[in-house]
Design a protein around this ligand. Structure first.
Ligand code: DUC
Ligand code: ZN
Ligand code: ZN
Length: 487
């Protein structure tokens, strides 16, 4: 009887902290031993010359979700998780998204029914709160947090999602009191709405004006407001999908002050610009997402933020819509920019793009790559050390990379259901050649080896990173249930 179910031999094993050439012995779905010259496994993989990395965690992706405008994502839990796995990701954290008038409990149940029979890798859920009713705030959210849904996203913009500052404070106070972590989409609603109306009045409805209406100052202002609201109650928050230098500066300054303010960015802010949105006709719709890709200087600011630790997590914000009337273009060629479904695909290419341009071009070292794509996601969302690292006792979620493999990206080689990629024709170097989830090989030699529904749900804890820094500010403790009003 072999000692291990699987032994990965002689690869360079990299974590967020270390790198060493050794073997990894897997047993019963976890990492059993790391060392040289391990005993035999029932299966062996020779990883000489390869990198053995923790499987990626994509903690911001939209799967089988209906947008507030009623458009359904092109990917269901099967195609999205298969696509993620082919790109080296072994855990996804999509959203269970509440629309106004809906019970959050009911929403969560529906997402489970969708994911359970289809996901091929493990998954958790964030909640999206668009309707913080008494029932939601008083009963549903506290109960859901106790059941392992410890993070939720709130929006400062979008007609049917936007919360005002008072509602934001209610949510932040609840997060502090009940032990949850808040993710914020920070853009100034009124600025965008006002600019949109002026542009349309002037007949400027082409996709390129999406980027004009979602001005970088709208992102900077809302980021500053979100940080200030969070500071008032001493509640950690994560600013998601950050694109503008103005927002990065706000986050950096808050961190320098010692606040637990975290930042996330995405491939579209490194590899696309507003020039892509300005492509002729409605072609630019393929690149419309919010906030939008900006300019070369903003891309450089995002790289700097990845290097200097302003950003902790690099996610895809995979929001897949087909380039037709079912998705991006409800009115075909006559679709104006506010009618274009918002979002770009990226669940499969997130890691290869960052590996190639980050590690390959010397902008990031391998440890930073692992931290930004796996370990920090697990640490922020309470999944560490079960997920996000290669250590004895951790789930055996591993991606074996060929760092030299050169690939020209085409939509046809991807496994999502989108039909196009914003990164068509780009060349990347480095690709995951075998992907293992809880000890099971899910992708090998370009073939899927995982069964539908073999992924499992992961309840999340509140992480250390997401706990408030100190006791509540004394005169405000009563709002978070930790004191009585001072008189
Ligand atoms: N913006 C979002 O806020 N969510 C999905 C995609 C997008 O572009
Ligand atoms: Zn968002
Ligand atoms: Zn998103």
């Amino acid at each position: 009887m072999p000692d291990y179910d699987l032994v990965i031999r002689n690869g360079t094993v990299v974590t967020a902290a270390d790198a060493s050439v050794c073997d990894v012995g897997l047993k019963d779905g976890t990492v059993a031993t790391l060392g040289k010259g391990l005993a035999a496994g029932a299966r062996e993989i020779d990883a000489t010359g390869r990198l053995v990395l923790p499987g990626g965690i994509d903690s911001h992706c939209h799967i089988e979700q209906r947008s507030s405008a009623g458009v359904v994502c092109a990917d269901d839990f099967y195609s999205a998780t298969v696509s993620a796995a082919f790109g080296g990701t072994t855990t996804v954290i999509p959203f269970a998204a509440q629309h106004r008038g809906q019970s959050l409990r009911q929403v969560v149940q529906e997402y489970h029914e969708a994911a359970g029979p289809k996901a091929v890798i493990d998954y958790a859920f964030h909640l999206i709160i668009s309707d913080p009713t008494e029932q939601v705030m008083g009963q549903e959210l506290p109960a859901l947090i106790r059941d392992g849904y410890t993070s939720f996203k709130v929006y400062m913009t979008y007609d049917l999602l936007q919360l005002n500052d008072g509602q934001m404070l209610d949510i932040l106070a609840l997060a502090r009191r009940e032990g949850a972590f808040v993710m914020v989409h920070a853009e100034n609603y009124d600025m965008i709405k006002w600019l949109t109306a002026r542009l349309l009045e002037h007949g400027l409805g082409a996709p390129r004006y999406h980027a004009v209406s979602h001005a970088r100052l709208a992102e900077g202002e809302a980021t500053n407001r979100a940080v200030t609201l969070a500071e008032l109650l001493d509640v950690p928050i994560l600013l998601v999908h950050v694109s503008a230098a103005e927002a990065i500066e706000v986050i950096r300054n808050a961190q320098t002050k010692g606040l637990k303010i975290y930042g996330e960015t995405c491939p579209q802010y490194l590899f696309l610009t507003a020039d892509d949105i300005a492509r002729p006709g409605v072609e630019g719709a393929k690149f419309c997402c919010s906030p939008p890709p900006r300019d070369h200087a903003a891309q450089e600011a995002v790289w700097t933020g990845l290097r200097n630790g302003t950003f902790q997590v690099f996610s895809s914000d995979h929001a897949p819509y087909r380039f037709d009337a079912s998705g991006k273009l409800p009115k075909g060629d006559r679709t104006t920019f506010p009618e274009i479904a918002n979002g770009v695909p990226g669940i499969e290419l997130r890691l290869p793009l960052l590996f190639s341009e980050g590690v390959g071009q010397g902008r990031l070292d391998l440890n930073a790559f692992v931290a930004l794509t796996a370990t920090n996601h697990a640490k922020l969302y309470g999944l560490y050390p079960k997920k996000g690292t290669i250590a004895v006792g951790s789930d055996a979620d591993i991606a074996i990379w060929d760092p030299e493999r050169e690939t020209t990206i085409t939509a046809g080689m991807l496994h999502d259901n989108v039909g196009y990629t914003p990164y068509e024709g780009r060349r990347v170097r480095g690709w995951p050649v075998a992907v293992i989830s809880r000890g099971r090989i899910v992708v090998e030699d370009g073939k899927l080896a995982a069964a539908r529904g073999s992924g499992t749900f992961l309840p999340c804890a509140l992480s250390e990173a997401a706990k408030p820094v100190g006791a509540a500010v004394p005169e405000l403790a009563f709002v978070t249930g930790q004191g009585t009003p001072l008189v």
